[in-house]
Design a protein around this ligand. Structure first.
Ligand code: NAD
Length: 487
């Protein structure tokens, strides 16, 4: 059986590369190659820059209201095609249909809609300085690069292109080589909605194509989502031409469960924050600190619900709520962390092995895994695993647990469960994290800025402030009287 081959998407259409080089994409739930993708060679790279230059000229000349109207059409098409696009995401990522059907496309469309609405409201300033005055203009940056991770491919493409395009920039987007199709679908939708050719281009490939983007002097900004280590390389390379950067990186986020918390609600949050998208979410609360008075109750309920309520299998089955990990390599990495947890003395409460469900026997599944009796210095407590592996720790003092929660170089997210309103705010204000939840976990509406403290990131996505990250301010001083010159 022959599989489709997708070309790069440049200047409003598919463009064949000259090298003939391709890579294969597998369905993580079946281990089968589902399609091939052409790698962006030098010919494609040059074409992408030329295309984006032309796209930028046309797009930035339009008024914000015109851009907004076109982007809202794209939002409508995204929503109309929800099921078709959700299926692409399930086949590429291995995540459950029941998630993709109501989250991936929806949250991507929301963000484009949000920025399309904001764009016409972005204003400059004007101020009198004596008889003279100055005014400012919010101008787009030019060509922006987006580099995506594989866990929410279409959503990431939307979250990066939404504010970039709303502000009048052109984009060259490189999806993860594990999940390249969602961004192509988005590119087609933008064209169908009326976005001029060249405004949103998709180049395909792995690290080398990413490196080309980060080093290219025609590109003004890089918005990157991925691992901390890769983020450092991206930033170092971007420094060569002093590009603006947004970094959405990894985390090892704490959830603090106090003894006055609704324990069942806290268990729900812990399960969502470790097993949703089979644990492949950057903000996951992989360090759960539970007060000693409710520790036993918490882990008893957690064990029961994890063993009874999780259904792994063919991700397209709407009953399945635990999908396959992205690749065999990643499955092995996650299983390696589980072995390390056992070796270092953590107690396995449940899970711990690879899974081979009857409906998807060749998929890269890992059992939902919970470690208890964890210590702060264990590898599983310190390093991001990016799989369905939760570490539970015990505490009995508020100040002490805050200090332990903050004792990491990462700072993406954090959560607190307590019914004491003063404690909730007091504690959350002291946690060193950019995205925080009180009596909730994981919600990320378009309106709310998200991004990391410490080595979890730089800059923000979503929320009003993000539009500023895609514009630059031009100040214009206007003289109203004759110049007094000593010359
Ligand atoms: P990754 O860092 O391996 O790859 C991310 C992207 O960078 C891919 O497109 C890859 O091809 C590209 N890339 C690799 N090397 C590069 C280089 N030297 N220069 C330029 N580009 C390069 O990450 P991943 O495995 O795809 O994704 C998982 C990671 O992403 C996790 O650490 C997760 O926490 C993080 N993540 C963060 C967020 C967030 O918003 N903070 C969201 C999703 C995922």
């Amino acid at each position: 059986m022959t599989t489709p081959v997708y070309e790069n998407f440049i200047n409003g259409h598919f463009l064949k590369n000259q090298s003939g080089d391709t890579f294969a994409v597998k369905n993580p739930a079946t281990d089968e190659v589902i399609y091939h993708v052409e790698i962006a060679d030098e010919f494609i790279q040059n074409a992408a820059i030329e295309s984006a230059k032309q796209g930028f000229a046309a797009w930035s000349a339009m008024t914000p209201i015109e851009r907004s109207r076109i982007l809202l059409k794209a939002v409508a098409i995204l929503r109309e095609r929800n099921d078709e696009l959700a299926k692409v995401e399930v086949l590429d990522t291995g995540k459950p249909w029941q998630e993709a059907e109501c989250v991936d496309v929806e949250t991507g469309a929301d963000v484009i809609e949000y920025f399309a609405g904001l764009a016409p409201a972005q204003v400059g300033q004007q101020q009198m300085v004596g008889n003279d005055f100055y005014y400012t203009r919010k101008e787009p940056l030019g060509i922006c690069a987006g580099i995506g991770a594989w866990n929410y491919p279409l959503q990431i493409a939307c979250w990066k292109s939404g504010p970039a395009l709303a502000a009048g920039n052109a984009v060259i987007f490189k999806p993860s080589e594990e999940t390249p199709l969602g961004a192509i679908k988005l590119a087609e939708i933008f064209i169908e909605a009326g976005v001029p050719a060249g405004v949103f281009n998709v180049v395909q490939g792995a690290a080398e194509v990413g490196q080309w983007l980060t080093a290219n002097p025609n590109i003004e900004k890089v918005s990157f989502t991925g691992e901390v280590g890769t983020g450092k390389k991206v930033m170092a390379s971007a420094a060569g031409s002093l590009k603006d950067v947004t970094m959405e990186l990894g985390g090892k986020s704490p959830l603090l469960v106090f003894d006055d918390a609704d324990v069942s609600q806290a268990v729900s949050a812990a399960m969502l924050g470790n097993f949703y998208t089979q644990g492949e979410i950057c903000t996951n609360c992989t360090r759960i600190y539970v007060h000693k008075n409710v520790y036993q109750q918490f882990i008893d309920e957690l064990k029961t619900r994890t063993e009874q309520n999780i259904i792994a299998g063919d991700p397209m089955d709407p009953e399945v709520n635990l999908g396959a990990l992205i690749s065999k390599k990643h499955q092995e990495l996650v299983l390696g962390y589980i072995d390390k947890g056992i070796q270092e003395g953590a107690t396995l409460l449940t899970g711990g092995k690879a899974l081979s469900p009857a409906s998807a026997p060749n998929g890269y599944f890992v059992e939902p895994t919970v470690f208890v009796d964890c210590k702060d210095d264990m590898t599983i407590v310190k390093e991001e695993i990016f799989g369905p592996v939760m570490s539970v720790l015990v505490f009995d003092d508020e100040d002490d647990v805050i200090q332990r929660a903050n004792d990491t170089h990462l700072g993406l997210a954090a959560g607190v469960f307590t019914k004491d309103i003063q404690r909730a705010h007091r504690v959350i204000h002291q946690l060193q994290a950019g995205i925080c939840w009180i009596n909730s976990y994981g919600n990320s509406p378009a309106e709310m800025p998200v991004g990391g403290y410490k080595q979890s990131g730089i800059g923000r996505e979503n929320g009003i402030e993000t539009l500023d990250h895609y514009t630059q301010t031009k100040s214009i001083y206007v003289g109203m009287s004759n110049i007094e010159s000593p010359f």
